[in-house]
Design a protein around this ligand. Structure first.
Ligand SMILES: Cc1cc2nc3c(=O)[nH]c(=O)nc-3n(C[C@H](O)[C@H](O)[C@H](O)COP(=O)(O)OP(=O)(O)OC[C@H]3O[C@@H](n4cnc5c(N)ncnc54)[C@H](O)[C@@H]3O)c2cc1C
Length: 416
């Protein structure tokens, strides 16, 4: 295993950081003001996207990019430190065309779209001309278990007819969102894992209604986490992604690298929180001492540094494993970082908020927004418990092969 950043990556890290320092960080306040006054997408986003693309900082996430597709063909390991920089500011990934859920959707289309589907949807997504959403979760279904999904995608002549209700569909309120990748049942009689399929649904298809944009712990996200109804939505059968009955397998494929991008960005958010906490602890005094001279605050700083380093190494190991052996071989590590990193994200953010006093929960720092997002990530792409379950199952299976070897370590009491 080798996680060292190569000279190429050190160069790209500097380039992305310099770009962020010059063009993104100075616009944090303007982004907030415009969004609060209802302007979205913000006025400067297309200019920043064009500039990033001009500088070669575009589609940094997709290792399988073809030579005639726009982007950099970085490996997951190479992308990780760049995503970390993006994670410091909630909206910055869009500048580099690296936002979720478009990244996961582009991965999926890259793997499974027909040439016509790719031309219609993948090309404009890779060019950053449109945005997309992934619609699986349902309010009336325990959606941690994808086999529960109830939305029907019924074959009807040369069409599919979709009926159902989804919620928490990220990006669906973005004015540029044009595509929904919808998961539902094409054959309720098939084996459990062959009942589901995915279809490509243009957002403006008759019968698709975006009912509301849900706030996340009362935080408004302009791109949206939406509730959507599908009432007799008709799309041509050629909009099927992959094969009929392959929805479950496609969902698994989509969540490999896509899941770890969130973790990479969370490391960046936690790192920013630690930097802000460390600065604050050197500025404020209580009871005659700087905050960092109080043992509890010093320990928050120390623990945060240790935990971030641990988590970053595990994320890099996971990225390396995916690059070397594929997402399937890395499934335990993917679940490990998915269970670990959102928790780390909120823990470090929580300490930083506490160190800032009441200012920590005000809108005058990025801490409350980052904490809220970290909390939401404990559900998005599967709740913590589902990942712990997956890890434990793999661990039990692996250990079953070696149980007898452990006999030698056990020395039950035997009377002389
Ligand atoms: C901000 C945000 C954005 C999202 N974006 C999207 C999106 O773009 N597209 C999309 O389709 N979905 C999205 N989701 C939804 C997310 O993927 C689901 O919330 C998640 O999969 C859990 O499904 P559920 O809410 O139905 O919880 P349920 O399935 O009802 O589970 C409830 C709880 O049960 C517990 N639980 C479940 N299984 C187990 C187990 N095996 N062992 C122990 N405990 C268990 C967990 O604590 C879990 O939180 C988003 C969610 C949020 C908050």
């Amino acid at each position: 295993m080798d996680f060292a950043y190569s000279a190429k990556i050190e160069g790209l890290r500097t380039q992305v950081q310099d770009f962020a320092d010059a063009h993104i960080v100075p616009r944090i306040g303007q982004w907030k003001k415009e969004v609060e006054s209802g302007i979205f997408p913000v006025s400067f986003i297309e200019d920043l996207k064009a500039l990033a693309r001009q500088q070669g900082l575009w589609n940094l996430f997709l290792p399988g990019l073809k030579t005639d597709e726009p982007g950099t063909q970085l490996t997951n390991l190479e992308y990780a430190p760049l995503a970390e920089i993006m994670g410091r500011i909630s909206w910055s990934s869009e500048v580099f065309n690296c936002s979720a859920p478009d990244t996961g959707n582009m991965e999926l289309l890259h793997l499974f779209a027909t040439p016509d589907q790719a031309e219609q949807w993948l090309t404009p997504l890779l060019n950053g001309e449109i945005r997309s959403a992934f619609a699986m979760t349902e309010p009336d279904t325990a959606s941690s278990d994808a086999s529960n999904i109830q939305t029907s995608i019924t074959p009807d002549g040369n069409d599919y007819v979709i009926n159902g209700r989804k919620w928490w569909i990220t990006n669906a309120a973005h004015p540029n969102c044009q595509l929904l990748i919808v998961m539902g049942k094409t054959n309720p009689e098939a084996d459990t894992y062959r009942q589901q399929s995915m279809v490509l649904v243009p957002l403006d298809t008759p019968g698709v209604t975006v009912v509301r944009n849900l706030t996340v712990m009362n935080h408004h996200h302009p791109e949206g986490h939406c509730e959507i109804t599908f009432e007799n939505v008709r799309v041509p059968a050629s909009n099927l992604l992959g094969e009929e009955g392959s929805g479950f397998a496609l969902a698994q494929a989509r969540l490999g690298p896509g899941r770890i991008h969130h973790c990479m960005r969370s490391i960046g958010a936690a790192e920013l929180a630690l930097e802000l906490m460390t600065r604050r602890a050197q500025e404020r005094k209580t009871f005659g001492r700087y905050l960092h001279e109080h043992g509890s605050v010093a320990e928050w700083i120390s623990r945060s540094r240790i935990e971030i380093e641990q988590a970053r190494l595990l994320v890099l190991k996971t990225a390396w494993l995916i690059d070397e052996h594929g997402a399937k071989a890395a499934r335990k590590e993917i679940s490990m970082i998915k269970a670990l990193v959102p928790m780390l994200h909120t823990t470090v953010l929580d300490r930083a908020m506490q160190a800032f006093g009441a200012m920590g929960v005000s809108p005058d720092t990025p801490l409350a927004d980052h904490w809220t997002w970290g909390r939401a990530l404990r559900y998005a792409d599967g709740p913590d418990e589902v990942h712990h379950r997956a890890i434990a199952r793999i661990e039990i299976k692996e250990s079953a092969e070696n149980l007898s070897i452990l006999d030698a370590y056990l020395t039950p009491f035997e009377p002389d």
